[in-house]
Write a protein that binds this ligand. Structure first.
Ligand SMILES: [Zn+2]
Ligand SMILES: [Zn+2]
Length: 492
């Protein structure tokens, strides 16, 4: 056999090399698993890389939703055990065990790394109960993630071996790229785009005299147009006010002829499903009316679909009306990769670093660009004193790229620099991180968002002053910065 890029990777029909190693869930003797069921080995280049961060939770979700198949899945890289443990915890892995292969014994046996390679190639092997390789996938380009369709194919194979029918249907449907709402006629290109902030607080709603000026509702922002567009970002407690507005005579989409038969139709983009981003949904009145219709777009976590997570907070023990009983039409979609056009708007999404990954959205419509990027933390907390722009060691370069040239960036600004240093792993940013990201991306307006519930109005004033100071230290006099408050309205 010739020496290829992948050395001597076992081919379909050949016996899989046996190995034993340590994983984040304990010692693994691969032979012990093979008798019991199929084994899927996923070699990946390194913990913490952007592609692996996005891909492993997605693969775990796929494995989970494949149902009760007899399958054990291992992720394998050259990283050490401590790295694997921290990484698995951060991305919330439960089913996939991460195997540590620091001496490259396993990856060499499978031909996915050479003796001196620091990282292994991206490659997948499906092994049946007899220990025979039945399916492989070798990526020539390391930065190219596994194709979900291909992994799905492998899982369908295992389901067949187990005599199960292939019913990944719910999951597959929700995994589909978001689609446009059915419209009688396409919405006309808008001339005005209005951004409204209904909830700007993070973590938990607050109320009282200390929060008079900025307000206390949790995350909810809407983008509406004079030609009937409706895009909603997150459904925190602010969604109650938004719902009341949409059901009132103040909102009259031009596509509806009669106010009496008014339909409220739009898209709800969820950054993630932490409670402060979904808790307003059961109080969002348009979902209680039958002609109304929403396409809900987001990221399911490792073990559940987005629809089932939203339904979970409406179980009878928590709320009297179940999601199944809502008269409106709700459809769920995904938007992780690529771009999609919804009512003429181009939308792209990207995962950010947060205890459950959070999705940032870039929306372009009528020549204007909005980026919504809440609930995420930088790679590292920045130094407390610095007079230069934060680099890629701190700032997420992918977010900078995503926000490039935006008219307006809504960015997590929950903490001061000192608070961020004390809250590593909590999944939020400081005002400095927000300002530096905005300047590096060349955005025109930055809106500080997701205020900490422990911050009163004066604290948020102080954070805004810190942000303005940061921009002047960096000698930037073009970026406009404001702190979001409940009721803020801006023309995009
Ligand atoms: Zn949040
Ligand atoms: Zn969160």
């Amino acid at each position: 056999m010739g020496h290829t890029l992948f050395g001597h990777a076992p081919e379909v029909g050949e016996k899989a090399p046996l190995w034993s190693a340590e994983s984040n869930n304990g010692a693994v003797e691969i032979a012990d698993y093979l008798g019991q069921g199929a084994v899927l080995l996923l070699f990946y280049p390194a913990d913490w890389s952007e592609v692996c961060r996005e891909e492993l939770p997605l693969l775990e979700e796929l494995v989970t939703l494949a149902g009760k198949v007899k399958l054990k899945t291992f992720g394998i890289s050259h990283d050490g055990l401590n790295s694997h443990k921290a990484f698995a915890r951060e991305i919330g892995l439960r089913l996939i065990s991460l195997v540590s292969d620091p001496y490259r014994e396993i990856s060499r046996a499978y031909g996915v790394s050479e003796a001196n390679d620091t990282t292994c190639k991206r490659a997948a092997f499906l092994i049946d109960t007899e220990g025979v390789v039945r399916w492989t996938r070798l990526a020539v380009d390391v930065s190219e993630p596994y194709s979900i369709q291909e992994i799905e194919k492998a899982l369908e194979m295992v389901r067949e071996w187990d005599g199960l029918s292939n019913n990944l249907e719910n999951w597959k449907r929700e995994r589909q790229q978001a689609v446009q709402l059915p419209r009688v006629a396409p919405l006309a290109p808008p001339t005005h785009l209005q951004l409204s902030f209904w909830g700007t607080r993070g973590s938990i709603p607050v109320s009282g005299l200390n929060y008079n000026r900025y307000g206390g509702n949790t995350s909810c922002v809407s983008l509406t147009s004079d030609s009937g567009h409706l895009f909603i970002f997150d459904c925190g407690s602010g969604a109650r006010e938004l719902g009341n507005f949409l059901m009132s005579s103040q909102w009259s989409p031009p596509t509806n002829a009669e106010p009496a038969t008014k339909k409220v139709e739009g898209y709800i983009f969820l950054s993630h499903t932490h409670w402060d981003h979904i808790q307003g949904f059961p109080f969002f009145s348009p979902v209680f009316r039958s002609p109304n219709r929403f396409n809900i777009i987001g990221w399911s976590n490792c073990s559940q679909t987005l629809g089932s997570i939203l339904a979970g907070q409406m179980e009878y023990n928590y709320f009297p009306v179940s999601m199944n009983d809502l008269p409106s039409k709700l459809s769920f979609y995904s938007i992780q990769h690529g771009e999609v056009y919804l009512d003429g708007a181009r939308v792209v999404g990207r995962l950010l670093k947060h205890p459950t990954p959070s999705t940032a959205y870039r929306l372009e419509l009528a020549g204007r660009t909005l980026v919504y990027a809440t609930d995420h933390e930088p790679h590292l907390p920045p130094p407390l004193i610095t007079n230069t722009l934060l680099g890629d060691d701190v700032i997420n370069a992918h977010l900078v790229e995503m926000a490039s040239g935006a008219d307006l960036l809504i960015h997590d600004a929950q903490y001061s620099g000192i608070e961020l240093a004390e809250k590593v792993g909590w999944g939020h940013s400081s005002v400095e991180v927000a300002v530096d990201t905005a300047i590096r991306a060349g955005v025109k307006r930055l809106v500080l968002y997701h205020h900490d519930p422990s911050h009163n109005d004066d604290d948020i004033d102080a954070l805004l002053a810190t942000a303005l100071h940061r921009a002047s230290v960096l000698k930037n006099d073009t970026l406009q910065i404001l702190a979001a408050y409940d009721g803020l309205k801006l023309e995009l």
